[in-house]
Design a protein around this ligand. Structure first.
Ligand SMILES: [Fe+2]
Ligand SMILES: [Fe+2]
Length: 306
């Protein structure tokens, strides 16, 4: 390479933002819109807090139950600890229901903090369990908790903490960032669900196994697509028309997997499906798909107001 070519490379400034470029002294030819023109996500402290607590506290309580049921019966201390989390979440869920009947800024803030504290501690428990499943040696535990399942429910716990922390601190962010982050999060969650269903169905249920596998492939693709878009919108996250199409598509596929889970839940409840999927687990993943669909509906309505 000649010296002239090298110089032209070192002087080259790309016309798009690198992820860390927001702190940099960008050239005047920079093409990103100024931050003041970036639509921000709108939140409402009391209703958003209540909504998140009522949804996620039940989810967390059920995670503790699923973990407990899948530990090996010799791991009595882990079974007991999981049961304590289940009870603590059940108590906090009752408190959230009471607060939702007469919410004030003060009692909602205290509830959020209690949920953050308990979920931080539950996240540590999940991490310890995951480490003990993966490790090799005397600390290793058996049982039927897939490593990906523990990683998955830990991600859900972290998302709950992150949402509540944003509400507590009043942190706001660009609407486009909220949308692409929702999509990368939920697409990955849906892809995992499809994989769990696939591995818990009886192998003789060929048609359902095939359907679950197709959904796993579909959501893996959707997640990669959302990650690409997230990268393209960095670091300022303006709202471009492509975001609306992606959100509409996310809503469509969220509805598709929710309906698949709803029929599976019904069949499991009627003992018409061969599997080792507990009915509560089927209903749990159906509720999460429903949450994904509702979130995409809300984002579409926010996009229409930009
Ligand atoms: Fe979950
Ligand atoms: Fe999940």
């Amino acid at each position: 390479m000649t010296t002239a070519t090298l110089n032209s490379f070192t002087q080259f400034k790309p016309g798009f933002c690198q992820p860390d470029c927001i702190q940099q002294d960008c050239p005047t030819t920079f093409t990103c819109p100024p931050p003041s023109r970036i639509p921000m996500a709108q939140g409402n402290f009391i209703p958003d807090s209540i909504d998140n607590n009522l949804f996620w506290l039940r989810i967390m309580m059920e995670h503790a139950l699923f973990m407990r049921l899948a530990f090996a019966c010799i791991n009595i201390e882990l079974i007991n600890e999981a049961q304590q989390f289940e009870q603590a979440y059940s108590n906090l869920l009752n408190r959230a229901r009471a607060v939702s009947n007469a919410p004030t800024e003060q009692n909602v803030r205290a509830l959020n903090q209690a949920s953050i504290d308990l979920t931080r501690s539950f996240t540590c428990f999940k991490t310890m369990v995951l480490d003990r499943i993966i490790t090799c040696g005397p600390a290793k535990i058996g049982g039927y908790n897939f490593p990906l399942l523990i990683d998955h429910i830990r991600r859900e716990a972290l998302a709950f903490i992150s949402r509540l922390t944003a509400l507590q601190t009043g942190r706001s962010e660009p609407l486009a960032l909220t949308i692409v982050r929702d999509q990368t999060f939920w697409h990955r969650i849906m892809a995992d669900h499809a994989k769990f269903i696939l591995h818990l169905l009886d192998p003789s249920e060929r048609q359902f196994v095939e359907q679950a596998n197709s959904l796993s492939v579909l959501f893996d693709q959707k997640r990669l697509q959302a990650l690409d878009l997230k990268s393209m919108l960095e670091p300022n996250f303006p709202v471009y028309p492509i975001l609306k199409r992606f959100t509409k598509e996310s809503l469509r596929v969220a509805t598709q997997i929710r309906d698949f889970k709803a029929s599976a839940t019904e069949l499991i409840g009627d003992c018409e499906l061969l599997s080792v999927i507990p009915e509560l687990l089927a209903d749990h993943v159906r509720r999460e798909a429903d949450r994904f669909a509702q979130t995409m509906e809300r984002r579409l309505s926010e996009l229409s107001q930009v």
